[in-house]
Write a protein that binds this ligand. Structure first.
Ligand code: HAM
Length: 431
């Protein structure tokens, strides 16, 4: 017998867990809607070339972590490791990147072949937000505050915002020249991983976790010192506005992010309540990505939040689902038909009406209603059904008798009155 298991780094999300996921997603979507951000959906599978060009061949994501394979037509395909490159492609391809001001969000699975641990999976989920066509500092602030507010709305504690600026392409290439010179001289003092990065992606050496390398890097040239006056002004302006909005931040000059497309502001939000995988949100400006991928010059900024980490962080109160309003106990041929009709009627009132379809005895069905903590029950036997009636009453209530009512299936007014009085159903939903 073959016992199949899911692949390492992937996870089944079971019904009980999904209650929390759905509640979290609902809060996120409401917040996005309030900020007029519109949804975009792109394919999970793309041409490999898209990510090589968009994210950068020297990055860990592209060089080590992608799920890449040849399809039956010998095309190299990749399961998306992130969403920004796909969004840029979709906008260019559909001719809308040049239309200014797109505020977009997406949510879904991403794939990276990383070493799995708590909060790090090979198939994980992201909420991504991209503001495309936006150039102003205010759009930088709007993006950062949106990420911050979503996390706060979800009640996430101990949030820390770290920011840095990567300047524009010219600033960075000037810095890179000086940094490479310094690396040549200091190469042997660096850890092996950092040494390997010198040719592939020297900037990433800056966010090494190696303590010794960190110490040595203190004497390296600083990117900030290579920024043009304009880039510095932009960054100072962002800091000023964050202060005005009372969003606390820390500057981290070593924050370079793992993807090559960033320019100017880069940021991460961590939570002290998470373990080693503390970064719950990462983002920044990427003014060159769209043009680099064949579109017109289009400034843009965005972020992505890791949903698994968000779920780990959000409170238990989000694990609660809506209670069953009415449980319909029914047995007998006629009773079952009436119960089916009735359940559809009740659901039209936006009630959670659970129809028992087990065919079990009345007492077993009542036990199930009890287990579900249903607020009320309807009991239908063939005797009631013959008269086209049902009995409805509050469940687990001391004044059971007072609340009990026999109602005819066609008597909408009597039913609605009962629902309004006992389940506090608003008149507005009773139509
Ligand atoms: P990222 O920093 O690579 O940025 O990922 C964003 C977030 O996704 C991380 O902060 C983390 O919460 C989550 N994440 C990443 N990898 C994993 C993993 N293996 N398991 C669980 N969660 C993970 C981006 O992806 C950019 N596209 C963000 C962006 C949008 N920048 C501009 N626009």
């Amino acid at each position: 017998m073959n016992n199949f298991k899911n692949l390492r780094g992937t996870a089944d999300l079971l019904p009980d867990q999904l209650i929390k996921w759905q509640n979290v997603e609902k809060i996120i979507l409401e917040q996005l809607c309030r900020s007029s951000v519109k949804e975009i959906r792109t394919p999970i599978i793309e041409m490999t070339e898209l990510f090589m060009r968009g994210i950068g061949e020297g990055t860990d994501v592209v060089s080590k972590e992608m799920y890449t394979f040849l399809d039956r037509g010998e095309r190299s395909c990749t399961l998306r490791p992130e969403g920004t490159a796909s969004v840029a492609r979709a906008l260019i391809q559909n001719g809308i990147s040049s239309k200014p001001l797109q505020k977009l969000w997406y949510m879904g699975p991403m794939f990276r072949y990383e070493r799995p641990q708590a909060g790090r999976q090979r198939q994980f989920h992201q909420l991504g937000v991209e503001f495309v066509g936006y150039e102003s500092v205010r759009s930088d602030i709007e993006i950062i505050t949106l990420a911050w507010d979503i996390l706060e709305k979800l009640g996430i504690k101990e949030l820390n915002l770290e920011i840095n600026t990567l300047g524009d392409n010219i600033d960075r290439s000037n810095f890179q020249k000086a940094f490479l010179k310094w690396l040549e001289v200091n190469k042997n003092s660096l850890d092996l991983d950092s040494q390997k990065r010198i040719d592939k992606n020297p900037l990433r050496i800056l966010d090494t976790k190696n303590v010794q390398t960190k110490k040595i890097l203190e004497d390296a040239p600083r990117l900030f010192d290579f920024l043009s006056e304009k880039s510095v002004q932009r960054y100072l302006n962002i800091k000023e506005q964050l202060k005005l909005l009372k969003i606390p931040y820390l500057e981290n000059f070593n924050l370079v992010r793992g993807l090559d497309y960033y320019t100017h502001i880069a940021f991460e939000i961590t939570s002290g309540s998470l373990g080693s995988q503390a970064t719950v949100c990462g983002g920044g400006r990427y003014d060159n990505l769209v043009s680099q991928m064949g579109g017109t010059e289009t400034p843009a900024i965005g972020f992505a939040i890791g949903l698994e980490r968000l779920i780990l962080l959000s409170g238990n109160e989000l694990e609660e689902s809506r209670e069953t309003d009415i449980y319909i106990v029914n047995k007998g041929n006629k009773a079952e038909t009436l119960a089916m009709k009735l359940s559809r009627k009740l659901r039209n009132y936006d009630l959670i009406a659970e129809l028992d379809i087990s065919g079990a005895s009345f007492s077993k069905q009542l036990k199930k209603a009890n287990k579900l903590k249903s607020k009320s029950i309807i009991v239908i036997g063939d005797d009631e059904a013959l008269k086209n009636q049902f009995v409805i009453r509050l469940f687990n209530n001391e004044n059971l008798k007072n609340m009990e009512e026999t109602i005819s299936l066609d008597d909408a007014i009597k039913l609605e009155n009962w629902l309004e009085k006992n389940l506090l159903l608003k008149r507005s939903s009773l139509s």
